[in-house]
Structures are given as structure tokens and as C-alpha cells.
Design a protein around this ligand. Structure first.
Ligand code: NAD
Length: 495
């Protein structure tokens, strides 16, 4: 048993039986049911959360609709902006508790969750700035007569947000930020494995002055609470981040009332290293591009394509770097990788380790669970498979664990062909010092976000959207709010 992970308990968990947060109040499920959530570092129960079903979603949607049509609809852009600055202040003051909750609930090292403070505050500030910047337009028309034509924008209404467990601290803000900036309201259904940060954040928002009912949280399983939210006819739009399989279910469920949808789904992103790359940067960059957050990042660079002339050297340096990564108790200083989020995820990752070996890839390092006092947690060592072919299952299917597949290539054409030979199109990167190669790759790779000589950096002001089966709908940037707004065209007869 590891001492630190089991000893630390924030005030929010002094009562570990957490309820839904609806209309500014804590409410049990109407059935009275709850489910357990575990600390992945110890495998022990951390808390219980309410198990929401259709009837709880009905209550939350009604509350969100009332709030949307109530006083919240009369907030001016400036009032929403000022409120969001207060929200920012409250989140900043309570950030350490939120980081702690995320670490306990989903296992990322405390050093990682704490380091998200700057990015999170900038993200909220960015959405706050957008509260006063969206607008319609006047359009010169060719009508005969004295007509003025213009467009107005208006909030879409009630948003259903369904989020994953891999970065709860930030995932919820793609929904909350857009809703607060536009005057929409929202019901968030966080992942059943990591709901605590979202619940505490919703409570903090009301403390900051956000009217009750504007942001609601219903917890529970995806096939129950999530499915009910996705199908609810009182919800105008769904913003979903999660697996491609669930994304398909969301599309079907949304058909009933023709909901708008934004989907950010899985990935199998290529990370291409050319022989002219600066390996001092490319080796740690590509390694952490896949291992960060224990590989539980949708745009992780899981397929590392390496030009054959440097293949041997690259793999040897990658293995050395991987040896230096510290996996362990997420509260211990210096730990870079914590456990996987759940037993289910651990089993899934270990199954893929076996598949990789069976399919003939060479296990260069890793492939193990941690032993000793960490054996009860869901820890997996960072793993490198070498001599992988792009048609092997470990190169085609999303593992969502710290598993890198190294695939050698000869020419730029071949690298591009293999990089794009995937059903996904979320992220991708190239490491090169040659501008012409760089240009060719960034134009050629079919993916929504690309990095050159770096990996994984993000900023709320820079929008992106997946392609192929990685989803659609822009997240971030000036167009982020478009999903929360609809446009009306108006024609005025001036005579
Ligand atoms: P998941 O799709 O099972 O779960 C994500 C969310 O959807 C959870 O809140 C879950 O409860 C809910 N859900 C599950 N079934 C549902 C249904 N039928 N109707 C409505 N909601 C439902 O994903 P997971 O396995 O928990 O997470 C890992 C996957 O998420 C990976 O494929 C990963 O790529 C993807 N992901 C993508 C991003 C991204 O930004 N693109 C980020 C994180 C995770």
C-alpha cells in the first residue's frame, strides 16, 4: 500500500458520498442508486457518485431549460464577461484542491495536474474574452427596394456535455466556457471513472455567482445517464469527447430531435522522425508524445515512424530515455507517469501488450505491471514495440496506454502513405530540420492538429477539428463559440 495516495483526502471528500449537482443543489439519484469510484494508484474505493438514469437527466434538463429562459437570458455580454472573470478567480483560488481531486480520481501525477493551472486559467480567460466578441453582420444585398439585410446570432439553448476521464480538469471547460460565453446552459455527464473534479467545479461556479441551473452535473454510466442525455429531446446540442464507438451511438441517439453535435473521438496519430532531425529533441519529444498521461491522450503520437538510416540509433536512444522515466505513486515528487485510470483500462492495455508480441513486434522495453507496494494499483511501465508493421493491430487500434510502436520507413512518400493509412485523423507530428520536408508533411498528413519539432502543445485560442473517424466540429479558437450559437438572417423593409 502506498502511503501518500491513501493518506491524502481533500475537504470535498470528507463526505465521500457524492450526489448529482442540479439547479445549484446536491441531489441523490431518483432511484437512490450510486456507483463506486476508485483511486487507481491503490485500487481502493475513493468515493461513491450518484448513478443517474433517464429520470435524473429529465430533472437536470428541465432545470437547464428554466435557467436558459430565466434571468440568465437577460445577462448582457459584459455581465457574462465579468462573471467569467469572477469564475476564473474562484477556480484559481481553489485550483490546488481540483488538481488533488483529479490526481486521486484518475491517477495523473500531482506534478502534472498542478502544472495544468496556467493553461486552465488562460483557457477560462480566453472564453471570457469571447463573451464580448461574438456578433452578427450586415450584408449588402441585391434586392430591389429599400431593404436592409443582416444576421443575428443567438444561443442554441441547452447543451449536453459528455466528457472522458483522461483530463477532467480541462475537458469540462470546452463546454462550460462556451456555454457561459454565449448564454447557453449545460448538463455535463462526466466519465464514471472520474467525476469528482467536475462536481466540485460546478459547485464553485455557483459560489462565483453563476445562476443555479446554468451548469448542472449528472453522474453515472455512459449507457444510462450518457445515453439518456444524448437522446433527450430537451437538449439542443451534444458536445462529446470519447471513443469512436460511443461517438457513433451519440450520432444515432441525437437523431430524434436533430441535435447539433460536436465529436472529438479516438486517434492513432503518426509521429514521423526524419534522419535529419535533431535527435536530442526528437527522442524525448516523441517518447513523451506517446507516454504523457500514461498514454491516455486522444492525440498521443502512438505510431512513431523512423527513417531507416537512423532507426537503430533512434530505438536505442528511445529505450534509454524510456528507462529514465519514473512511473509510480502520483504524489511522489519526480514521478512522471501514474497509473492507468481503471482496472478495465489496465486489462485492455495488457491485452494489447500480448497482441503486439503475438503479432511479431519486438518488445524493446516495458510491457510490465509494477510490482511490490504498487502492485494493487493499475500501473504499467512505458513500453516500446519495435519492428512494428502498420497493419498490425497495435498500430491500427487505439490502446490508450503508454505503448509506442516504432515503424521504420525509407522515403517521405512512404512515410506519408503509412501515416495516412489509418481510420483516424486527430493529431500528427514531424521531426525534421528540412523546411521542404516539413512543408510536405504538414500539407500531406490528414489530421486535425499537427506539430513540427514538438508534440502535444495546445492553446484554447487555436481551434482544431478531427477528420475521418476522429470526429468533427471545431474545438477552441474563434470558431469554438459557433457551435453554441445559431444564426438568424433578417430582412428589413425600410419603406
Ligand atoms: P467512452 O466513449 O467509453 O466514454 C467517454 C464518455 O462517454 C464517458 O462519459 C462515458 O460514460 C460516456 N458514454 C459511454 N457510452 C455512452 C453512450 N452509449 N451514450 C452516451 N455516453 C456514453 O470512452 P472511454 O473508453 O472512457 O475513453 C477512452 C476513449 O476516449 C479513447 O478512445 C480516446 O481516444 C477517447 N478520448 C478522446 C479524446 C479527444 O479529445 N479526442 C479525449 C479523451 C478521450
Amino acid at each position: 500500500m502506498i502511503a501518500t495516495s491513501s493518506a491524502i483526502r481533500p475537504d470535498f471528500l470528507s463526505n465521500p458520498e457524492k450526489l448529482h449537482y442540479i439547479d445549484g443543489q446536491w441531489r441523490p439519484s431518483l432511484t437512490g442508486e450510486s456507483l463506486q469510484t476508485f483511486n487507481p494508484a491503490t485500487g481502493r474505493v475513493l468515493a461513491t457518485v450518484a448513478r443517474g438514469r433517464q429520470e435524473d437527466v429529465d430533472v437536470a434538463v428541465a432545470a437547464a431549460r428554466r435557467a436558459f429562459e430565466g434571468p440568465w437570458s437577460r445577462f448582457t455580454p459584459h455581465e457574462r464577461y465579468a462573471l467569467m472573470l469572477r469564475v476564473c478567480d474562484v477556480i484559481e483560488r481553489n485550483f490546488d484542491e481540483l488538481a488533488l481531486l483529479d490526481t486521486l480520481d484518475m491517477g495523473a501525477p500531482l506534478s502534472r495536474t498542478k502544472a495544468m493551472k496556467d493553461g486552465l486559467i488562460k483557457t477560462i480567460m480566453y472564453f471570457a474574452s469571447q463573451a464580448m466578441s461574438w456578433s452578427g453582420s450586415t450584408i449588402p444585398n441585391s434586392l430591389s427596394g429599400n431593404y436592409t439585410t443582416l444576421t443575428l446570432k443567438a444561443p442554441v439553448g441547452v447543451i449536453g456535455g459528455i466528457t472522458p476521464w483522461n483530463a477532467p480538469l480541462i475537458s469540462m471547460w470546452w463546454i462550460m466556457g462556451g456555454a457561459l460565453a454565449t448564454g447557453c446552459t449545460a448538463i455535463i455527464k462526466p466519465a464514471e471513472d472520474a467525476s469528482l473534479t467536475t462536481l466540485r467545479t460546478a459547485e464553485l461556479l455557483v459560489e462565483a455567482g453563476v445562476p443555479a441551473g446554468v451548469i448542472n452535473v449528472v453522474t453515472g454510466y455512459g449507457h444510462e445517464a450518457g445515453a439518456a442525455l444524448a437522446a433527450h429531446t430537451g437538449v439542443d446540442r451534444i458536445a462529446f469527447t470519447g471513443s469512436t464507438v460511443t461517438g457513433r451511438e451519440i450520432i444515432k441517439a441525437s437523431a430524434g430531435n436533430m441535435k447539433r453535435i460536436q465529436l472529438e473521438l479516438g486517434g492513432k496519430s503518426p509521429d514521423i522522425v526524419f534522419a535529419d532531425a535533431n535527435l536530442d529533441k526528437a527522442v524525448p519529444g516523441a517518447a513523451m508524445g506517446v507516454f504523457n498521461n500514461s498514454g491516455q491522450i486522444c492525440s498521443a503520437g502512438t505510431r512513431i515512424f523512423v527513417q531507416r538510416s537512423i532507426h537503430e540509433e533512434f530505438v536505442s536512444r528511445l529505450v534509454d530515455f524510456t528507462k529514465s522515466i519514473k512511473t509510480g505513486d502520483p504524489f511522489e515528487p519526480g514521478v512522471q507517469l501514474g497509473p492507468l485510470v481503471s482496472k478495465r483500462q489496465l486489462d485492455r492495455v495488457m491485452t494489447y501488450m500480448a497482441i503486439g508480441v503475438e503479432d511479431g513486434a519486438r518488445l524493446a522495453i516495458g510491457g510490465d505491471r509494477l510490482a511490490g507496494e504498487l502492485a494493487e494499483g493499475y500501473f504499467v511501465t512505458p513500453t516500446v514495440f519495435d519492428s512494428v508493421r502498420n497493419d498490425m493491430r497495435i498500430a491500427r487500434e487505439e490502446i490508450f496506454g503508454p505503448v509506442a510502436s516504432v515503424i521504420p520507413f525509407d522515403t517521405a512518400e512512404e512515410a506519408l502513405r503509412l501515416a495516412n493509412d489509418t481510420e483516424y485523423g486527430l493529431g500528427g507530428a514531424v521531426w525534421t530540420t528540412n523546411v521542404s520536408t516539413m512543408s510536405r508533411m504538414i500539407h500531406g498528413i490528414k489530421a486535425g492538429k499537427l506539430w513540427v519539432n514538438c508534440y502535444g502543445l495546445a492553446d484554447a485560442a487555436v481551434g482544431f477539428s478531427g477528420v475521418k473517424q476522429s470526429g468533427y466540429g471545431i474545438k477552441g479558437g474563434a470558431q469554438h463559440l459557433e457551435g453554441f450559437l445559431y444564426e438568424k438572417s433578417v430582412c428589413i423593409n425600410g419603406d
